[in-house]
Every structure is written in structure tokens, then in C-alpha cells.
Design a protein around this ligand. Sequence first.
Ligand code: CUA
Length: 328
Amino acid sequence: MSLLGFRLLPEQASTIAGQVDALLLFLTAVSAFFAGLIFLAVIVFAIKYRRRSEKEQPRPIHGSLALEIFWTVIPLGLTMIMFGWGAWLYFSMSRPPADSMEIFVVGKQWMWKLQHPGGQREINELHVPVGKPVKLMITSEDVIHSFFIPAFRMKKDAIPGRYNVAWFEPTKPGTYHLFCAEYCGTEHARMVGRVVVMEPDAYQTWLAGGPVPVSPAAAGEKLFTERNCVTCHRGDTAARGPRLAGIFGKRIELHNGETVVADESYIRESILSPAAKVVAGYQPIMPTYQGQVTEEQLLQLIAYIQSLPPPSGEPAPASPATAPGGAQ
Ligand code: CUA
């Protein structure tokens, strides 16, 4: 819908877009209705209750319980509808479906770096297949940016030092704007790109088109060896570091009796601040890798750990000096 070439709203190109617009329409309609009602009342009352002569004294008013309940309950009901509807929509936007494909997003001054599950990299461009949910793991390597695709009604901050998750499912092939929606320095306005939604076949062709990529997990495995992580995280019971195979997504016990879920954020923290949450039964001897690995390398290490299959027959009998369970 456009007026003289001017679009009132961006195109609706994701499963959530219509729902976001419906909520926006509801909020606008309620606000417009009450704004109109108040303006009308101001005008009508100003005329109806105007002072007609110098001697006129208004009648005192003692309030009305019924009226007060009426104008309390109705706004309460309306705001609760807004709250409930908004919260429900927020949660559905925050929880990616289990079968999502995962894309890593790293913002930096002033570009978006994206990586596909198979390792294909893109800058300021994202190719995705239509009709498939896409989960984004968003972070930043310098300042706060914000990853914004108006046609998908999707916006999520990219914050240095943490992972933000967002998702969308494109419904229409086409090319859509991608913006940085957080002022991030001189070239903020030029930190733009595009999202290309393709038919699944075309996407497969596109994937196969570029140079042969190294998957994030494979790159992570290489790093894991190069940085000698493997000397401590060997996977046997005598190792100085905890076994990493099969821990991803599991709840693990810490030395102080607390537990934590070994998700992306926990693994990231353990690489950068190893002493923060030490696993039960181990000493805080791991050195920090702060400043030695880039955001992309962190994502690769996480992808590698995520890819490790749990050892068969838990708990693994100690077979000394074997590398952690084979990658992929
Ligand atoms: Cu990045 Cu604005």
C-alpha cells in the first residue's frame, strides 16, 4: 500500500510482520480514539460550562463513585490487553523455532559481517531461503549497533561482550533493506546492507557458488588445536580442564555448588574470563584469552564445541591422551 509512491509501512515479508502491524494498528487506533474523545470533551465542556455572567457561581460537585470506577476499569482493561498482546508477541519474536538455521552476525564500525552454518561469509548482505526460520546470533566487536530489517519487523541490538538472539522467517522472495539502527559513529548512516530472500533451489545454488568455505565448526577445531586448548581439554578424566564433548546446552555444576547452562554466553565467558564460573572438580588455572581471539573466532570455537557429539556410554571411561570426541 503506497500513496503517490510513498509507503506508509514497509513491505510485510516475514511471518511476524502482519502481527507486529496489527498490534501497532491497535495501539494507534486506541490512542487516536482517546485523543479524539479528549479533544471533543474539551471543546464541548468549554462551551457547555462556560461562565455566562459575572455573578454566576458554579454548583459544587461531590464526585461519583460509579464514574470513577468506569474510567479506571476501562483504561486498565485496555492497557492490560496492550501488555498481554505485546508480551506474547515479544516472546514469540525472542524464541527461534528449533529447526532454525543459524547465522552469526558481528557488527563493527561500520559493516555487518555474517556467516552461514556452512561457513559462507558475507558482508552487508545476507542471502536466505524463503520459508525457513533463520536464527541470528548477534554480537559486536566494538560499540553498540542494531541489526534492523524493517520488512521483517525485526530489530535487535548488537552489543559488545554478549550474544543477542533474534529470528525471522521470510515469506516472500525479494531484496530488503538492512540497517544499523543505533548511532555508532561517523559512518553510522552508511552501515546499511540488503537481505536477499531466495527460492530454496536458488539459495542452494548460491551457497555452492562461492569459494569452498570452511564451516565455523571446522575453523573452531583448527583453532582449538592451534591455541593448545586441546592439551587441557583432552576429554579424559585426568585432564586439567573439563571435557567439552556433549556439554553444549546442558546444565553443569560449578565449584561453588551453583549450576549454569553451557550455552553460547557461558562458553564465551569461560574463554574470556575463565575464573568467573569454574566447573566443579577443577582448579581455576586456565589463562584468559581476552584480546587474543576475535569475535568471529569465539563464534567458531563455540560452533566447534556445539558440534562435538556426546561420548558414547556416559561417563566416558578414561582412555588417556585421546583428543575430544571427533569433530562432526
Ligand atoms: Cu552501526 Cu550504527
